[in-house]
Every structure is written in structure tokens, then in C-alpha cells.
Design a protein around this ligand. Structure first.
Ligand code: COA
Length: 479
């Protein structure tokens, strides 16, 4: 990988120098990196360093990050947490549009931007300027992966076609998020909720008698970013064998559909008869020819519903998700004070309960309304009944256990001060994620030009003077 090659070259240079100085015959060091010690089974020898002390999973991988808004940045942020060196290319003067969206602290990058761009470096380049193109070509040669989520065709219009990239660097993986895959909608621009609607999520979310609903979880943007990250890591793994990069595409419609997979399952089950686990069945309402909205029914075979808890009259989140899982039916009956339901023929089996689920949940709710959601959680979990308290974002932000695991992290930013973010949700024992603040616009431009690309000082000055790295007003002055 780029970093390792550079180190080898440097070693060779040192050897040549010392030869000239001493005029003695000095054996040149091999340009080939020393073969890693192998264990007897042919595998690399395990590290002798303690777990978590031997770098990160993607150390040595360099990413040319052309992403913006949410889907692409989610992907590259994950790769950065795994140790990749992520170089975010931004339009001079403006940067990623989210820097200035939903601003809460005047003059500071928005939380929208900071929470999606940790652990990255930022360089500003006008990708349509001849000198900007030159810098980009050099970056392509030095990076392992290019990630982008521009509108369809935008990368080609910059001159960065697959052929151009592959010619410069045949090992480069070129990864894209698009709204749709090849087909009638491939040229469309797409945002989160468009994808939720086109991927089958909205039509199956909400209540039967209401309109389709989008969800709060960003399954179109962040969900697709996650899919893309997996594609990139798999492509890098394959490259170890083939020596060749490849294109990776994650379409948002496909990503959402993948997450709504159980609903396509239900679509096909409809041919075999009504979906008995949907409360609609128990209420005697006929099914149409496509999967209906299921309200708060559980997506699995165990009936579930959201029930009120103590304080629901004033607290919009005093609710709990309650699952009447068959193996713990007896425990539920005891807990709510209906022990006869354990043996009563009308209640004892899941089949017998199906037509009266609404009434059963009504009875359970009478009990949950006498307790807080946390009391219900404790009482139920003590006897293995799965329940889910509806946690507000305030409660999540203040939850000590999430702080302890690094899932919720406090970060300091030079302009906005301290803020909370979500850390890496994927924990690895030998690759520990640290959350570092997002970069200011163009903060690392100089260091990338000199240290990554090896441009001399006068060359950097020349590129800067061309206006390829600065906002339009500065360009005018430079002209
Ligand atoms: N220098 C010069 N030009 C730059 C640049 C840079 N550093 N970075 C971007 N641009 C240009 C692009 O080349 C493009 O110009 P063109 O239209 O002349 O080719 C222009 O900026 C706009 O880029 P685009 O991606 O079209 O942004 P947009 O704001 O019009 O659309 C999206 C935004 C998100 C709708 C669109 O990018 C998209 O559909 N992306 C794929 C799906 C996706 O990821 N959606 C979810 C986003 S969270």
C-alpha cells in the first residue's frame, strides 16, 4: 500500500547515500519489503503486542473521499475509525454543503457535518480547474480507494472516468453511492426519504388506516453508507489476491430494500393466505394484494405492541414495546395477575390468542400503566420477557453505559466547543476506535500537498496561485 512503498524507497535512498560517503562497498538494501515472518502453518505470525496495541484494522489504506451530505460520509467515517487515512476533497470556499446546514452555532461547522466527518483530513480542490485536476490525478496515484456520492454522471463530467482512474492506478477501488442502480431511474438525484419510499420501507411503515410513513433512522443514507463500507473492505480483500481494483456500487433503493427484506418475505407469503401475525388478521380485516402497513406489530412471528406506561399522559416517551413470546406466556400471565390464562383454552396457545391480541395487549397495558417503563423493563427481564423501553434521545444522550462503551462520545471542537456524537458502533478487540474531531474546511491542504504528494514548497505556491485550491473571490484576486 502507498505508505509502505514510500518507506521502502526511503530505506533504499539512505543506503545509497551511505555508500557514497564511505566509498566502501555497501550492499544495497532490497527494494522488496522484507517478507513477514510466517508461522509453521504458512499464516503470518500473530502479533506479540497486547490486543488493541497493534494499530488499526485499516492502517495503511488511504481513501480519496469525494463524498458529501450523509450517505458517503457515513461510509468514509467508518473506514477512518477502522484506521484508514481519509482525505476529504471539498469544493473551495464552500466545502461539503452540510457544513452550513441546520446551523446551531453561528460561524461553526454544523452538527450535521461534524457528526459525519470525524477522523478525516480536509483538502480544498476545484476539481474542474486544470491544476486541481493535476492534484487529483496525483492523489489517485497515492490512494487505494476513491469514494463518491455525486449525482449520476458528475464524476465523469469532472474527467474522472473509471478508465482514467484505472489507467492512473489499476489497484484503485472506485466506490459509489447512487440513488438507484441501472434502470429507469438511474439518472435521478436521491435523498434519504426518496430512498425510503422507493425501497419499500414507507409503504410498509405506519398504521393501516393512515398514510405511508418514513422512519427516523436514516436507513437510506447511513444504511447505504454502511453497505458501501462493506463493499469497499471486500474489494480490498479481493485486491490482495488479484492485484486489481474494481467498481463498487451501493444504490440507496437496494440498501433500503435489503433492510426491508422481511416485507418482501411477507409479500410472497400472502399467496399462501393471510399474514396471521399481523394484528389485522386477528381483527378480521381482509388483506389486499400487497403487504399492508403493520403499525407496531412485530416483524417476526412473536406478537408485540407498544404499550403505555406510568406518566404517559405528560411524557411522550413513557411507553414500552411488549412481546408476548410463546415460551414466556406463563410468566406474562403471572406478572399481570391473570394466572388462569396459562391453562384457559382460549388463551393457552399462540393460535388461540391470535384473534384476541388487541384485548390481551389491552390487559397487559392496564398493568404496564401502573409502572414506569424502567420498572416494567426490570420486572420483565427478571423472568426473561423481552421488552423495549421507548428511550428518548435525551435519555440516550445521558445514558452512562453508552458513554462508557464509546457509543456516545463527547468531542471538543475549536470553533463550536464540546458536542456529543455517536462513536463507532462496531467494536473490535484489536482495532480500537478513537473519535477525533472533524476537520475545518481545507485544514490539511498544505500537509497533504507536501507530505502525501511530495510537492516542493515552490510547487505548492504555484498551485495555490493558480486559484485551483481557493474560493472564487480569492481566484479573482489571484488572477
Ligand atoms: N470542485 C468543483 N466542482 C465540484 C466539486 C469540487 N471540489 N465538488 C462537487 N462539484 C460539483 C460537481 O461536479 C457537480 O457539478 P456538475 O453538475 O456540473 O457535474 C456539482 O458540484 C453538484 O454536485 P451534485 O452531486 O450534483 O450535488 P447536488 O447538490 O446537485 O446533489 C445529491 C446532491 C445528494 C442529490 C446528489 O449528489 C446525489 O443524488 N447523490 C447520489 C445519491 C446520494 O448519495 N444521495 C444522498 C445524499 S445524503
Amino acid at each position: 500500500m502507498a505508505i509502505r512503498k514510500k518507506a521502502t524507497k526511503a530505506k533504499a535512498k539512505v543506503s545509497i547515500k551511505s555508500k557514497a560517503a564511505s566509498k566502501k562497498v555497501v550492499k544495497l538494501k532490497s527494494k522488496k519489503p522484507a517478507a513477514k515472518a510466517k508461522a509453521s502453518n504458512g499464516m503470518p505470525k500473530p502479533s506479540s503486542k497486547p490486543f488493541g496495541k497493534d494499530g488499526k484494522a485499516l492502517d495503511g489504506v488511504r481513501i480519496l473521499d469525494f463524498t458529501h451530505v450523509q450517505s458517503g460520509p457515513t461510509c468514509t467515517q467508518l473506514l477512518a475509525w477502522f484506521g484508514a487515512d481519509v482525505i476529504k476533497v471539498e469544493r473551495p470556499g464552500v466545502g461539503d454543503i452540510t457544513r452550513g446546514q441546520l446551523v446551531d452555532v453561528k460561524g461553526a461547522d454544523s452538527l450535521y457535518f461534524t457528526m459525519l466527518n470525524h477522523n478525516k483530513r480536509s483538502i480544498t480542490i476545484d476539481s474542474k480547474h486544470p491544476q486541481g485536476k493535476r492534484v487529483l490525478d496525483e492523489l489517485i496515484k497515492k490512494c487505494d480507494v476513491l469514494v463518491e456520492n455525486f449525482a449520476p454522471g458528475a464524476l465523469d463530467r469532472m474527467g474522472l472516468t473509471w478508465e482514467h482512474i484505472h489507467k492512473l492506478n489499476p489497484r484503485m477501488v472506485v466506490a459509489s453511492v447512487k440513488g438507484f442502480g441501472p434502470g429507469p431511474y438511474e439518472d435521478c438525484k436521491v435523498y434519504e426519504n426518496v430512498a425510503q419510499c422507493a425501497g419499500g420501507s414507507a409503504s410498509t411503515t405506519g398504521f393501516r388506516d393512515g398514510p405511508p410513513l418514513v422512519t427516523g433512522a436514516q436507513i437510506g443514507d447511513s444504511g447505504t453508507g454502511l453497505h458501501l463500507a462493506l463493499g469497499i473492505v471486500a474489494a480490498l480483500y479481493q485486491r490482495n489476491r488479484t492485484g486489481r481494483g474494481q467498481k463498487v456500487l451501493a444504490a440507496m433503493q437496494d440498501g433500503v430494500l435489503n433492510l426491508a427484506r422481511v416485507k418482501l418475505r411477507d409479500q410472497q407469503r400472502l399467496k399462501a393466505g393471510p399474514l396471521t401475525e399481523y394484528s389485522q388478521y386477528g381483527e378480521g380485516i381482509p388483506f389486499g394484494d400487497s403487504v399492508p402497513r403493520a403499525g407496531n406489530d412485530s416483524g417476526g412471528g412473536q406478537p408485540g405492541w407498544i404499550l403505555k406506561c406510568k406518566g404517559w399522559e405528560t411524557d411522550p416517551n413513557a411507553y414500552i414495546y411488549f412481546i408476548t413470546q410463546a415460551p414466556v406466556w406463563g410468566a406474562i400471565c403471572d406478572l399481570i395477575g391473570e394466572p388462569t390464562w396459562k391453562t384457559d383454552e382460549g388463551y393457552a396457545t399462540p393460535k388461540a390468542r391470535l384473534p384476541k391480541l388487541k384485548a390481551i395487549f389491552g390487559r397487559i397495558e392496564q398493568w404496564t400503566m401502573t409502572k414506569t417503563k424502567f420498572e416494567v423493563m426490570n420486572l420483565c427481564n427478571a423472568v426473561d420477557i423481552p421488552v423495549g423501553p421507548i428511550l428518548s434521545m435525551k435519555e440516550i444522550a445521558e445514558e452512562p453505559s453508552l458513554r462508557k462503551t464509546g457509543t456516545v462520545v463527547e468531542v471538543d471542537h475549536p470553533v463550536r466547543g464540546k458536542y456529543l456524537t455517536v462513536g463507532n458502533p462496531i467494536k473490535m478487540s484489536d482495532s480500537i476506535s478513537e473519535v477525533k474531531r472533524s476537520p475545518l474546511l481545507g485544514e490539511h491542504t498544505d500537509e497533504i500537498l507536501s507530505k502525501v504528494l511530495g510537492f516542493e514548497k515552490n510547487e505548492v505556491a504555484k498551485i495555490k496561485a493558480s486559484g485551483a485550491l481557493s474560493a472564487p473571490e480569492k481566484k479573482e484576486k489571484a488572477a
